[in-house]
Design a protein around this ligand. Structure first.
Ligand SMILES: [Zn+2]
Length: 277
């Protein structure tokens, strides 16, 4: 009996030693990977704002040197630079500047905070979620790193929303709401709000210009003192995409085709925004 016990211990020690050795080998010789995107841009620093130093051909080998925020410093064919971590090992045919962006989408309200009441007795929070789901799909397809402040009917405080953008080193933050007027059917149209001139006005203008295919009146770009776009250093815009207590606007607000059109227009606007940068 004693001998069997000793044998077992020796075997166990042997197995553990082999495993530790294999782990050490794996660390010393990291697996080399291949870029799957053609002309993937390498930047001189860990964000979209740094200049492009070179473009990598599809199938180029690379090794990760270090990581910062959402970006990885890599070496490929003797060249060193930064690329978005989520684009490494990713296949993407429609690669663009937008693919390199980290974007936080904020469906207004949620949970016990229902938002404004619609003309049909339904609440704003449901439609901001529907709209954001469409925008999410559209931006995800373009390869961007998209993060939501909520993905179901849950309460998220106002402070937490811009903080999520800061924490994730987002390139921009978009908050989605629907307007409401004191009297039903007394106002119509959509408005694009910004707070910070320097960081957000250009973003607001570009998005507003891209919302050119919507059936409602464009009320233009306005300054808006909203916490979610004010208490932040990330370029931020708040969109009021129609008056929820106007029967004509509400017909569109609840219509998936209207929501999809906004999503497409926003994608076009963000492409323009990042190409101009
Ligand atoms: Zn709202």
């Amino acid at each position: 009996m004693l001998n069997k016990k000793v044998d077992f211990r020796i075997i166990l020690t042997f197995i553990v030693t082999i495993l530790a050795f294999l782990l050490l080998i794996a660390r010393l010789y990291p697996k080399s990977n291949h870029i799957q995107i053609n002309n993937l841009e390498m930047h001189s620093g860990p964000s979209i704002d740094y200049p492009v130093s070179t473009k990598l051909k599809s199938n180029s080998k690379f090794k990760i040197i270090t990581k910062k925020n959402n970006w990885s410093k890599i070496n490929s064919n003797g060249k060193t630079g930064w690329v978005p971590t989520w684009l490494l090992n990713k296949k993407l045919d429609n690669y663009s500047k937008l693919s390199e962006a980290t974007i936080v989408l904020d469906p207004g309200h949620g949970g016990t905070d229902a938002g404004a009441l619609s003309i049909k007795g339904k609440y704003e929070k449901a439609y901001t979620m529907q709209l954001v789901n469409q925008v999410y799909k559209e931006l995800k397809n373009s390869g961007a790193n998209v993060i939501l402040t909520r993905n179901n009917d849950q309460y998220v405080s106002l402070n937490e929303r811009p903080q999520l953008a800061e924490k994730n080193h987002a390139d921009l933050f978009l908050s989605f709401h629907f307007d409401s007027s004191d009297l039903n059917n007394s106002a119509t149209g959509f408005t694009t709000y910004y707070y910070h001139n320097e960081s957000s006005l250009a973003l607001a203008n570009t998005i507003n210009q891209s919302l050119s295919n919507l059936p409602l009146t464009n009320r233009g770009v306005e300054f808006g003192d909203y916490l979610v776009i004010r208490d932040t250093t990330v370029p931020s815009v708040l969109l009021e995409s129609g008056y929820i207590n106007n029967s004509k606007d509400f017909k569109y607000i609840r219509n998936p085709n209207y929501q999809k059109q906004i999503a497409k227009d926003i994608k076009a606007g963000l492409n323009n925004y990042f190409n101009k940068k």
